[in-house]
Design a protein. Sequence first.
Length: 393
Amino acid sequence: MQIWLSFIVALVLIMLIARKSLWLALFVGAFFLGSVNLPYRDLFSIAHFTIIDYKIVLLASAVGIIPLIGGGLQTSGLMDDLINNLQVKRKVYLGLSPALMGLLPIPGGALLSAPMLYRSGTDIRPETYTAINIWFRHILILIYPLGALLPCSKMGNFNVYTAMLYIFPIFILLFILGYFFFLRPIKGDMPKTGKLNIKKLLVPLFIIISAPIIHTFLNLTPLLDEAALVIAVSITFLFTFLFGKMKVQDVLPLFRKMKPWRYFLIIIGIFLFLRIFQATAITDKISQLTFSQNFLIIGIAGILSFVTGRVQLAISILIPIFLTKFGVEQFTIQAFVIMYISVYLGYMISPVHPCVSVSIEYFKTSYWQFAKKAFYPTIIGFTVLIILSLMVI
């Protein structure tokens, strides 16, 4: 009974503290779980080897640099240049502008993409604007290899680009669903903001795609390992600095604004929680429970992300449960992908997801109006995942 109670308390602590600080929540939850269930020597040994594990440190360092790229694009005006030169139909603009902004892990980023939607006019209902901002802001990052997919695939020990290819068909489906339910009725072109500037359109696009391209090229040299990722994102940050014509004195304010150490500590916290969880007797208790793989990777995954409003947190809890209950050999790339997409669907409509709450506030609507608008594409997405899981799991 003590084991289960400690696990539940650890999850509650994580969910409560994560509203203010995800990295702190993971550290507190991990150490609480370990202090109750492990000898202190084992607990601090796990913490020590996690902190000095060079692969984890390199991954955390790379993830810490990524928000600096996003902040640099925003601060330098390069992202504004990109959006201002999207001279397309209204429905294309409404889907593309939040999608491109979603690639930048900027705190409160939904508040940056929301005003852009109003550039298309004010004749669209507030709940529709909210649904567009949430759905399309997160749809592209679903397959972006330097977004949430990167640490999640690392947790599952899968290649991020392999996972991306498996996710791609579902990404297309979710994009079509978003278009059909949110964008299809919208007519007209965007108002002209001036002459198209190809350079201002292509330069930020080049920066956004350069990191995964460089990373893919460097991965041809196996000796670089996780260092390839650090090099790739560092070069991309340098591109942002140079093309954005930023100055040396801009770096410190950018660090203060983007707080890259938070992202670094989130990765350390995720792997610390994973390792402590796997070392406790909770793993044996979970293996004795009766539930199917499909229920775990779809039902529990969707509920957990809906309750927590976090992707990486939900995945960090689900993966060790799966491995404990069903074994490493059963954790295929198909199982991971279905789990990941289920988590994403629950996350996109979660009332505690910060992007949802700030979008609702900005467009002056209610959660229930937004939920009604997003209900059908979300349910269709889960239904497709259930069918796929019955076919491949």
